[in-house]
Design a protein around this ligand. Structure first.
Ligand code: PMP
Length: 409
C-alpha cells in the first residue's frame, strides 16, 4: 500500500493545520538555546523566555569542562545498555550522589525523564521479572487529567484500567478510589504542572493514598532543583518523606540541571527491581558517561549554590509577575517558576506569539494537545541570568502586540 494512503487520516490533519496556520514551525537556533539571548541562522537575535534552564546551569563552564574531559576519557557514547556494556564510574557516582542527596534512598538513572516514567510506572504496576507472574490484572491507576504525555504513555503500556481524575481535584480522586475494587492502586501526579504552573495538593493526596491503601508515584520533573528549601522538590515543600508518604519520585536532569537524563528515587528495594524489570533501563543505552560527568558537576553546583540561584530566579520572577499583573495579563498557576499567560483561542494565540517573534521575543504558543483546546497560552520562564531590562522588554513587547491585535481585529 502507498504510504501516503496508509497515513491518510494523519496527513489530512497536517494539511489542515497548515491551512489554518497552526502547524508548528520551530525556529532554527544556532546558539545555545538555553541562554537569555539566542540567534538564528539569519543573524536575528531573540530574547529567550521558554527554556527550562531554571537555574541557568546549561552553560555552566565547569560542566562544559567536565563534559570535554569526560569525552576525552570515555568517548562520546556509551556503547550499549548498562547491563550489557558496563556501568561506568560517572553513572555509578551520579546515582550515589542522588542517593545521598535524597536521604540515602535508592536511585536509578534513565536516559531521559520520559524513559524514567515509562520504566518506573510499568515496573510499579507490574513488577514481574520472570514470565508467568502478572499483577496488572488486579491493579488500577489513578492519574491526574493533566499528567504529562510520558505518564499517559506509560499508563497505556501497563494495559491496566486508568481512572483519570480531574486536575488537582482530590474529591474526584477520592470518589474514584472509593468505588474501585482493585487490590492494588497506584496514584500518579506531577509536583508542579509543566503547562499550568500549579502545584498538586500532595499532602491531601498522601492522606488518600493512606486511606485507600494505594501507592503514590510523583513526577517531580519541574520541581527538583527549584522548589523546596534545598531544591529537593515538592516533597520538601510539603515536608513529606519519600519511601513512606510518596513511594517513588521521578526527576529529570533536562530542566534545572541543564542537561539531559532522568532518574527515579525510591526505597532501595524498588530501585533494585527497576534495574531488572524496567525495560527502558534494560534495553536502552544510558546517558553517556561524558554527559553524566557534566550533570554531576551541575548537581554538585546546585547543592552548593542552589540557594543563591533560586533566590536570584525568584527575584526575577517577582518582577515578572508584578509587571504582568500591572498590565492586566491573565496569569494562571501558583506563581512559581512556570508562568503561564493565558491567551485563549488558538488563532489569537498564534498571532500573538508570531508578532512577539517579530519583535525579537522567542516564546512559541503552547496549544492543544499540550494545553486544552481554546486555552492556548504563553508559557514564560526565566533563569537567574535574565536581566530586569530583558523582562521589561518582554512586557513592553507583549503590550505592543496585544494593542496591535486589538487595533487590527
Ligand atoms: N515529566 C514532565 C512533567 C515533563 O514536563 C517532561 C518533559 N517536558 C518529562 C517528564 C520528560 O522529561 P525529559 O525531557 O527528561 O524526557
Amino acid at each position: 500500500m502507498d504510504i501516503r494512503n496508509f497515513l491518510k487520516g494523519g496527513l489530512e490533519q497536517v494539511d489542515f493545520l497548515k491551512s489554518i496556520g497552526l502547524f508548528p514551525t520551530p525556529r532554527v537556533i544556532n546558539t545555545a538555546s538555553t541562554k537569555p539571548v539566542v540567534s538564528d541562522n539569519e543573524g536575528n537575535s531573540y530574547l529567550m523566555f521558554c527554556s527550562n534552564n531554571y537555574l541557568g546551569l546549561a552553560t555552566n563552564p565547569a560542566a562544559i569542562e567536565a563534559l570535554i574531559d569526560g569525552a576525552k576519557k570515555f568517548g562520546v557514547g556509551s556503547g550499549g545498555s548498562r547491563l550489557m556494556s558496563g556501568s561506568t564510574t560517572p553513572q555509578q557516582e551520579l546515582e550515589k550522589s542522588l542517593s545521598s542527596f535524597f536521604y540515602g534512598l535508592g536511585s536509578v538513572l534513565f536516559t531521559t525523564g520520559y524513559m524514567a516514567n515509562i520504566g518506573a510506572i510499568n515496573t510499579m504496576v507490574n513488577p514481574k521479572v520472570m514470565p508467568g507472574v502478572t499483577l496488572n490484572e488486579v491493579t488500577e491507576i489513578f492519574s491526574d487529567e493533566y499528567n504529562h504525555a510520558s505518564i499517559i504513555d506509560a499508563c497505556k503500556l501497563t494495559r491496566v484500567k486508568v481512572n483519570v481524575y480531574r486536575h488537582l481535584d482530590v474529591d474526584d480522586l477520592e470518589s474514584k478510589l472509593s468505588i474501585s475494587t482493585a487490590e492494588r492502586k497506584v496514584i500518579i501526579t506531577e509536583g508542579i504542572y509543566s503547562m499550568d504552573g500549579d502545584i498538586a495538593p500532595l499532602d491531601k493526596i498522601v492522606k488518600l493514598k493512606e486511606k485507600y491503601n494505594a501507592v503514590l508515584y510523583l513526577d517531580d520533573a519541574h520541581a527538583i532543583g527549584v522548589l523546596g528549601k534545598s531544591g529537593r522538590g515538592t516533597t520538601e515543600v510539603f515536608d513529606l518523606k519519600i519511601g513512606r508518604d510518596v513511594d517513588c519520585v521521578m526527576g529529570t536532569f533536562t530542566k534545572a540541571f541543564g542537561a539531559i537524563g532522568g532518574f527515579v528515587i525510591s526505597d532501595k528495594n524498588f530501585s533494585d527491581l527497576l534495574t531488572v524489570c524496567a525495560r527502558t533501563y534494560i534495553f536502552s543505552a544510558p546517558i553517556p558517561p561524558s554527559v553524566t560527568l557534566a550533570i554531576q558537576e551541575n548537581f554538585n553546583f546546585s547543592i552548593l549554590h542552589g540557594g543563591t540561584l533560586r533566590r536570584k530566579l525568584f527575584k526575577k520572577l517577582e518582577y515578572l509577575y508584578s509587571k504582568l499583573d500591572e498590565n492586566k495579563f491573565t496569569v494562571i498557576g501558583d506563581r512559581q517558576h512556570i508562568v503561564p499567560v493565558l491567551l485563549g483561542e488558538e488563532s489569537y494565540g498564534k498571532k500573538f506569539s508570531s508578532l512577539l517573534f517579530d519583535s525579537g521575543i522567542y516564546l512559541p504558543l503552547v496549544q492543544w494537545p499540550a494545553a486544552p483546546k481554546g486555552k492556548s497560552r504563553l508559557r514564560v520562564t526565566v533563569s537567574p541570568d535574565h536581566s530586569l531590562l530583558q523582562i521589561e522588554k518582554l512586557i513592553y513587547s507583549m503590550i505592543k502586540v496585544r494593542n496591535s491585535i486589538k487595533i487590527h481585529a
